[in-house]
Design a protein around this ligand. Structure first.
Ligand code: PGA
Length: 253
């Protein structure tokens, strides 16, 4: 089944209102004549509105980097999925390793966010991935299996078109050491098989699985040429329009 790749720019805690606006405008311009790829940008919360204005009427979608699993309430400092939807987000990233490992988010908490986001009408990018210690100990598949089962608990097959999974090995994020295309393919194929068991073979055939972790213009094409790699979740290289657009073009090549 042909799957449309998704290239997402995770800006993390970078940019200002001005540089975010400029970056978004350059990405809109660079994507204007492209088809066959979904492109999204994920600015910090304070700049969502600013960037939403720039993206209006373009093919580039807006996303949030995180959300809290409730629509409203006394949760100081948190942002709800309905708020993200309200400012024009299509997507939200859930379970990023910087939140799992840096901020102690569990699979159970990730799962609550997933359901809250889907209920609010957001499309979800669910991140999974092993640490270097887990890989060295031969535990990559066990870890991925656990993150999928935990993160996708009570997930309904009819919501499958609104879910993307990002395979992001922790050791490749921000390190300049990307997974090799073969390592990425092996993990992606494993994720697709696991998802087939959890949801359905049909949903698995249509599941978009992005690779993330030190994706750059010079490695993007080889990674995305793998049969089970459907796009990229890009951190560092998404902060410059030229490098991000080169990765977007590699997804349609
Ligand atoms: P990186 O980040 O491209 O800077 O490695 C990827 C991510 O964290 O999503």
């Amino acid at each position: 089944m042909p799957r449309t790749p998704i290239v997402a720019g995770n800006w993390k805690m970078f940019t200002t209102a001005r540089t975010g606006r400029e970056l978004a405008a350059a990405i809109v311009k660079g994507c204007a004549s492209l088809s066959g790829v979904h492109v999204g940008v994920f600015p910090p919360f304070p700049y969502l509105n600013v960037v939403a204005d720039v993206l209006k009427g373009s093919s580039v979608a807006l996303g949030g980097q995180n959300c809290y699993p409730a629509n409203e309430g006394a949760y100081t400092g948190e942002v709800s999925p309905t708020m993200l939807k309200d400012v024009g987000c299509r997507y939200v990233i859930i379970g990023h390793s910087e939140r799992r490992h840096g901020l102690g988010e569990t699979d159970e908490f990730v799962n609550r966010k997933l359901h809250a986001a889907l209920d609010a009408g957001l499309d979800v990018i669910l991140c999974v991935g092993e640490t270097i210690e887990q890989r060295k100990a031969g535990k990559t598949e066990v870890v991925l299996e656990g993150q999928l089962a935990g993160g996708l608990a009570a997930f309904r097959a009819d919501l499958a078109p609104r879910l993307t999974i990002a395979y992001e090995p922790c050791w490749a994020i921000g390190t300049g050491v990307n997974a090799t295309p073969e390592q990425a393919q092996a993990a992606h194929a494993f994720i697709r098989r696991g998802y087939a068991d959890l949801v359905s073979p049909q949903a698995a055939a249509g599941l978009t699985i992005q690779y993330g972790g030190s994706v750059k213009p010079d490695n993007a094409a080889a990674l995305m040429a793998q049969p089970d790699v459907d796009g990229a979740l890009v951190g560092g290289a998404s902060l410059k329009a030229d490098s991000f657009l080169a990765i977007v073009r590699a997804a349609v090549a």
